[in-house]
Design a protein around this ligand. Structure first.
Ligand code: PLP
Length: 237
């Protein structure tokens, strides 16, 4: 990713366009940076969905008393910033995620203002997506990360047929397509969905990894892959 904005747009235009139908709702908050509003406004226009907002009180805190009411059977995703860029408010995202999940709603967290201040454990938070930018955490501009839970990405990226070889061919084609479209991080996170303890899974992982390296040497894309056992996000620069 080139930053949090691109990560959020990617979720809206891939996950969102796949799952949203007319009349569905997206819940954001009045504390969002426009990077976490505009992609959802565009998605609403495209899919005929409706954008709703969690309000903010006079202290700059989200009015979470209204959360259960705002989460309706039509809510498809909740997108919330971890830390407000305008007020510095640290939102209780763990609690928000727990309450959204209790209603079957996945959560995207915009972490652009969080990681430079405190440690974030995406698995402990249990968020479905987490987006952030390199330049906000003393890194270079133009790079960033979109974390996605394997269970959320898998249905999007793995049309696995019963024949493993066919599955690999399809997956590889998909990876090349994603990389060519600039959706690099999704392609690499996809790899982390494989279980390294399973021999079959690991063999496939290695093959797909080699395929990515070929794409890299062909197209000059730099791919940096972390340890899938530690954390299921990987970085592409
Ligand atoms: C809370 C928040 N989200 C998203 C962004 C967008 O980040 P980027 O421009 O790196 O994509 C910013 C940038 O200031 C931000 O403060």
């Amino acid at each position: 990713m080139r930053g949090a904005t691109e990560g959020i747009n990617l979720v809206a235009q891939s996950w969102g366009r796949r799952y949203l139908e007319p009349g569905d709702e997206i819940l954001v908050t009045h504390l969002e940076h426009h990077a976490n509003i505009v992609p959802w406004q565009m998605l609403c226009e495209q899919q005929g969905a409706r954008l709703k907002y969690i309000p903010v009180d006079k202290h700059g805190d989200l009015v979470l008393d209204q959360l259960d009411e705002l989460l309706t059977p039509r809510t498809r995703i909740l997108a919330v910033t971890h830390v407000s860029n305008a007020l510095g408010t640290v939102n209780p995202v763990r609690d928000i995620i727990r309450r959204a999940h209790a209603r079957g709603v996945p959560v995207l967290v915009d972490g652009a203002q969080a990681l430079q201040h405190f440690r974030v454990d995406v698995q402990e938070l249990d968020c479905d997506f987490y987006a952030f930018s390199g330049h906000k955490m003393f890194g270079p501009t133009g790079i960033g990360v979109l974390y996605g839970k394997a269970s959320v990405l898998e249905p999007l990226l793995i049309p696995l047929p019963s024949n493993p070889d066919q599955g690999l061919a399809l997956s590889s084609a998909l990876l090349v397509g994603l990389i060519e479209e600039g959706c690099k991080i999704l392609a690499v996170v996809f790899l982390a969905a494989y279980d390294p303890d399973s021999t079959e899974s690991h063999q496939r992982y290695e093959k797909v990894l080699n395929n990515i390296k070929e794409v890299k040497s062909r197209d000059g894309i730099i791919v940096s892959v972390g340890n899938a056992n530690d954390i299921d996000l990987m970085e592409v620069v």
